[in-house]
Ligand binder design. Structure first.
Ligand code: DQA
Length: 153
């Protein structure tokens, strides 16, 4: 299995950004933990981060032509308003798991709504870096179920 992890806008600043919500782990540490867990679970994990919406859309388009079995995405603030990223994710015919480090529902009102959730298989939030690790496990479960023809994407 090959899993693509997408990190959106401002997430390269994890470790230096708002530690009350995001803790002290850097994005590189999160990516390393994902690769380690992927190896334990027999999956290859590739991560990608950008602060440019169009670049993210193009990376998602590329994934549609790649041998990728599921996506884990934390789109950062784009989560709350980027219909362009939602439309791009909707093109993928593989499971997409939305993750957030913080509990977005316990924060400002604008964070309560995700324009991505309706095109995702499911969402995980509020567990810090563990949100990503749980997201990877969920993505692998969903990809395996898909391969076995057991669930809708
Ligand atoms: C976030 C939550 C978003 O509301 C915020 O804009 C982020 C990070 C999270 O991981 O908790 O940049 O996606």
């Amino acid at each position: 299995m090959r899993i693509l992890v997408l990190h959106g806008v401002n997430l390269n600043m994890f470790g230096r950004r708002d530690p009350a919500h995001y803790g002290s782990a850097t994005l590189a540490q999160i990516d390393d933990a994902l690769v380690t867990l992927g190896k334990e679970l027999g999956a290859t994990v590739e991560s990608f981060q950008t602060n440019h919406e169009g670049v993210m859309v193009e990376r998602i388009h590329k994934a549609a032509d790649e041998d990728v079995q599921a996506v884990v995405v934390n789109a950062g603030a784009w989560t709350h308003y980027s219909h362009a990223i939602a439309d791009a994710l909707a093109i993928l015919e593989i499971p997409v798991v939305e993750v957030h480090m913080s509990n977005v529902h316990a924060r400002e009102n604008f964070r309560h709504h995700s324009v991505l959730s309706s095109v995702c298989t499911g969402s995980i939030c509020g567990f810090g870096p563990s949100s990503y690790l749980l997201g990877l496990r969920a993505a692998l479960d969903a990809a395996e179920a898909c391969a076995a023809g057991k669930v809708r994407i």
